[in-house]
Design a protein around this ligand. Structure first.
Ligand code: THU
Length: 163
């Protein structure tokens, strides 16, 4: 039997001034995108901003639906928006900002499992890491080097064969 420990490095910043100018801007873009979230049911608003290799920033926010499962998370709206607008352009980073009108969210909200899987597809396709930045309304900022770090043993197209 072999035992393998899989871990990852989570960087925690107490002040956004510790981040690069580009990172600060991307977080601001995500916070602005959050303003247009459509979250009448959960009251949990999420904005996401995707930075592409060509310097463009593409945003998304959660879009809910009276038929709950029909809605979509901010991260997938943003990453699919990027794929639709700039196909083939690598994604460098995604910033995610969440807040709730029901309570104070103090811990950065990390992407749900479906969003991790969707972002992972892009990371594997481009074969370079996608950095993640996460922040709520107040509190620290979390930074991860790569989606693979928070989705270990990911399912990917290689399992489907012929690639
Ligand atoms: N949500 C996101 O936008 N991103 C996540 O990673 C987790 C959850 C949204 C979906 C739904 O509109 C609301 O937050 C509550 O789950």
């Amino acid at each position: 039997m072999e035992k393998k420990k899989i871990g990852f490095e989570l960087l925690i910043f107490q002040d956004e001034k510790e981040l690069s100018q580009n990172e600060q801007k991307l977080l601001r873009d995500a916070a602005v995108a959050r303003e247009n979230a459509y979250a009448p049911y959960s009251k949990f608003r999420v904005g996401a901003a995707v930075l592409l290799e060509n310097g463009e920033v593409v945003i998304g926010n959660n879009q809910e639906n009276a038929s709950y499962p029909s809605g979509l998370c901010a991260e997938r709206v943003a990453i699919f928006h990027a794929g639709a607008k700039y196909p083939g352009v690598a994604v460098k980073a995604i910033a995610i900002c969440a807040s709730s009108s029901n309570h104070e969210v103090e811990v950065p909200a990390a992407p749900c499992g479906n969003c991790r899987q969707s972002i992972m597809e892009y990371e594997q396709k481009q074969n370079t890491p996608i950095t993640l930045l996460m922040q709520s309304e107040k509190g620290p900022i979390y930074k991860c080097r790569s989606m693979a770090d928070i989705l270990p043993l990911a399912f990917n197209s290689s399992f489907l064969g012929d690639s």
